[in-house]
Write a protein that binds this ligand. Structure first.
Ligand code: HEM
Length: 291
């Protein structure tokens, strides 16, 4: 755990230990309320929330734990995703393009459109991902994380981010969870599919590992998720103030320790509703490619 603090300007605590991430995420003083303070943290959080809000609502992975309807929507979605998992794990036809991509039979450099299409189809059989919709997802992801203020000001002036959100929002029928899946959550899956392609290219690996192992080796957690203290306190000898910002470095935590529950924050109130569906899709892609 590392804290960077300049009173009134910055107060950020970075954590990459899975045990501590678990403890902090269960602490009721630490949440996703996100007040705009102190100065630097405040401007970062303001931009994050502004970028990842749509029609007045925040994307689901930024909502406070007690936000009305969050929990029931998460449970409902978990059920829906999990019900489809066994089907996806069998490698159905809808994974054909992605399995061809990992075999190198598709010319696309990255599989973004194909992943967006698979997530889009989960909600609507009319969904049609395009180069433009993938580009919009890339724009939103960069805008949410970028520290390049000049570029962000330019994007604001030119309306690039709002246009990206409008396009993806309309394609998602203005459903903010659907929008989150096709704009932000998909990037984790794109990273996983990229790793699968590398594994498939290695003939020794291709013929020796089973789908479950290929999934384990390819899963990628989000690089970082955010929290903020709603009151002062102390955890494991580290004091924090009201509004201290926490960065849980999930990707580093996973790389350093291999502890799997950080991938989807499975033991937490914020667990990913797609925690069974995503591995099933990856297993399906691998099985179909190795047929
Ligand atoms: C490799 C793929 C994915 C990984 C590794 C992943 C991981 C995560 C993690 C770690 C969280 C917790 C965030 C936090 O604690 O603040 C989360 C939340 C969430 N994820 Fe995923 N995710 C993936 C794909 C998806 C997909 C495809 C969807 C939907 C289409 C999705 C929907 C959500 C939602 C709605 C939440 C917010 C849950 C809540 O707190 O209410 N995720 N995801």
């Amino acid at each position: 755990m590392k804290r960077v603090k300049f009173p009134g300007v910055v107060d950020t605590i970075t954590v990459d230990d899975p045990g501590l991430i678990r403890t902090l995420s269960e602490d009721s003083r630490i949440d996703r309320v996100f007040k705009h303070a102190p100065l630097w943290n405040g401007s970062f959080l303001k931009r994050l929330i502004r970028t990842l809000s749509y029609r007045g609502g925040r994307f689901p992975h930024l909502l406070p734990r007690g936000y009305a309807g969050r929990r029931s929507r998460q449970d409902e979605l978990w059920e829906l995703f999990s019900k489809r998992a066994a089907w996806m794990a069998g490698g159905p036809e809808e994974l054909e393009d992605l399995s061809r991509w990992i075999k190198g039979e598709r010319p696309l450099e990255e599989p973004g459109i194909l992943v967006q299409q698979v997530i889009g189809l989960f909600w609507s059989d009319q969904y049609k991902a395009t180069a433009e919709s993938w580009e919009a997802a890339v724009t939103l992801n960069i805008a949410a994380r970028s520290r390049n203020l000049l570029k962000m000001i330019w994007w604001k002036i030119t309306g690039k981010v709002s246009r990206a959100k409008r396009l993806l929002g309309a394609m998602a029928g203005n459903d903010i969870v659907f929008l989150h899946g096709t704009a932000i959550a998909l990037h984790n899956m794109v990273a996983s599919v990229g790793k699968m392609k590398q594994m498939y290219a290695d003939e020794a690996l291709r013929f020796s590992i089973k789908a479950e192992r290929a999934v384990e080796l390819s899963l990628s957690p989000p690089p970082v998720v955010f929290r903020q203290a709603i009151s002062a306190g102390e955890v494991s000898g580290c004091p924090f103030a009201k509004f201290s910002m926490f960065q849980f470095k999930l990707s580093d935590a996973y790389k350093l320790t291999g502890v799997k529950d950080v991938i989807f924050m499975s033991d937490s109130w914020s667990r990913c509703p797609a925690e069974r569906w995503v591995p099933a899709v990856l297993a399906g892609i691998w099985r179909r490619a190795c047929k």
